[in-house]
Design a protein around this ligand. Structure first.
Ligand SMILES: [Mg+2]
Length: 365
């Protein structure tokens, strides 16, 4: 099988729900880059990447100008060599960021081709350790929710079968964060897991002072308290407070994960394949975490269909985030959370093909 043609489509999709806010962003749209690889075998491979800030067109240009010439004529089974070539083709203009985002989108399409050729969904192609995957929900804990809305949404999610919910922190006054967590814990009782997420808004002093109080409410983890570049400060915090630390959604390389893990600065590894070089690098990070007896719980919003399959094939990947559920309808074969568990896709491939009608409605370039 040889690749004959590379196509890209860029979509801008409005979120079909109330405006949602965390400590850094107000999210109204999600952009998607779809990569389509045609082959001489008549098999087509689909990959995608995403951003909720504008500018994914930079990754589209990377795919069209830098990567497409490296792909045409190649055998997709040579995926690791192709990814290495793509990575070094932009050595001086983006070892992370848009260049890497574009590589991951292509990497998924390369995986999609070999899985479709084998007529297996990704999780079965990889070799599975489970056939259903536990979910936790981030869809009810946004910073922009009033306390009443926050409590209502937590109960709505629990009634749907979730037994773990994540609440955003990072309000201007951290004491208000604590009051919201205290109110949620009192309202939902002690049988439901509460996770918290600061989205990098706190200093070390704030993280120590208020992070230490989360233990009073039996919070399962404190996520991204500080900016991700600072491993040393996370290690100091991890030594200072009892609540475990979760990081990963803004960590872009396996080497950065190695540094966090070796420093004891992370307890829940939230590696996101779409921020790494794709599936292969994610599997490397998950194996590294396993060697330190650390669980992986991938950061996920729109890419849950991918991470659910990786979780099914990775023993230490114990749970997957559920977020932006309304956007699920974009996939050719949507998957859903029922009673707190994801079902797994059965179609051959990686499963990231966007429906044609969706593409037509939201394409911007
Ligand atoms: Mg997060």
């Amino acid at each position: 099988m040889r690749i004959t043609k590379v196509e890209t489509q860029l979509l801008r999709v409005p979120l079909q729900q109330r405006t949602i806010t965390d400590s850094q962003s107000t999210v109204t749209h999600v952009e998607f880059l779809q990569v389509v690889l045609q082959t001489d075998a008549g098999i087509t491979g689909y990959g995608m990447n995403w951003s909720y800030t504008p500018g994914l067109v930079a990754a589209q240009v990377m795919v069209q100008q830098n990567y497409a010439p490296l792909l045409v004529g190649k055998d997709p089974a040579m995926r690791k060599a192709i990814v290495k070539d793509m990575f070094f083709s932009n050595h001086f203009i983006g070892r992370v960021g848009a260049a890497r985002v574009g590589i991951a989108a292509v990497e998924y399409a390369l995986w999609d081709l070999v899985c479709r050729e084998a007529n297996k969904p990704l999780w079965k192609y990889l070799g599975a350790c489970r056939d259903t995957v536990k979910a936790y929900s981030t869809d009810g804990g946004w910073l922009s929710w009033s306390l009443d809305d926050l409590l209502r949404d937590c109960h709505r999610l629990i009634e749907r079968g979730f037994d773990a919910v994540k609440i955003k922190l990072g309000r201007p006054d951290p004491r208000e964060d604590l009051r919201r967590i205290a109110a949620v814990r009192k309202s939902i009782g002690d049988k439901i897991d509460i996770m918290t997420d600061v989205n990098c808004a706190w200093t070390l002093a704030t993280s120590k002072q208020y992070g230490s109080r989360l233990h009073d409410y039996d919070v399962r983890w404190l996520e991204e308290p500080m900016k991700p570049e600072d491993v040393t400060m996370h290690a100091e915090l991890a030594r200072a407070i009892e609540t475990p630390i979760a990081v990963g959604e803004t960590i872009f390389t396996r080497e950065a994960f190695r540094d966090y893990i070796a420093a004891g600065a992370v307890h829940y590894v939230q590696a996101d394949s779409t921020k790494l070089l794709g599936i292969d690098e994610w599997l490397e990070v998950a194996a590294l975490a396993a060697s330190y007896n650390l669980p992986v719980i991938p950061h996920t919003n729109v890419q849950h269909k991918l991470h659910v399959q990786l979780a099914a094939a990775t023993p230490n990947c114990i749970m997957v985030e559920s977020c932006y559920e309304s956007i699920n309808e974009m996939w050719e074969e949507p998957i859903y959370v029922t009673n707190g568990f994801y079902n797994l896709p059965q179609e051959p491939g990686v499963g990231l093909r966007i429906q044609d009608a969706y593409l037509k409605a939201h394409r911007i370039s």
